[in-house]
Design a protein around this ligand. Structure first.
Ligand code: SF4
Length: 107
């Protein structure tokens, strides 16, 4: 079985698309950058396209609003959707941009 180890290149954070966040994840990210959950929600989240919950905002190029340079500003508190890429979900063409290192895992 192959597991991919993130090299923190920041490319997936520049990929347009929704990053769905729940209340617990908002609290963790807000604490990480010393904001109140209310202010974090106001500044960094918006309603999902299907109007069912919140997603992180993106800049005009589609990058995550929490990306600073090539680095996630809430890395150790990032949402589950970000933690799960690319081992649990992938977008089309992901391998052309993702610099994660494949590691063979024995079951
Ligand atoms: S694109 Fe791949 S290697 Fe780069 S930050 Fe995302 S998961 Fe990590």
């Amino acid at each position: 079985m192959t597991k991919y180890e993130c090299e923190r290149c920041g490319k997936c954070c520049q990929w347009p698309g929704e990053v769905v966040v729940n209340e617990k994840e908002i609290r963790a990210m807000a604490e990480h950058i010393d904001e109140s959950p209310y202010m974090f929600t106001q500044k960094y989240t918006q309603l999902r396209q299907n109007r069912n919950g919140l997603t992180l905002k993106q800049d005009e190029n589609g990058s995550c609003v929490l990306l600073k340079g090539n680095s996630c500003s809430v890395h150790s508190s990032k949402p589950q959707q970000c933690k799960d890429f690319p081992n649990k979900w992938r977008f089309k063409g992901w391998r052309q941009i993702c610099e994660a290192t494949p590691k063979e895992i024995r079951k």
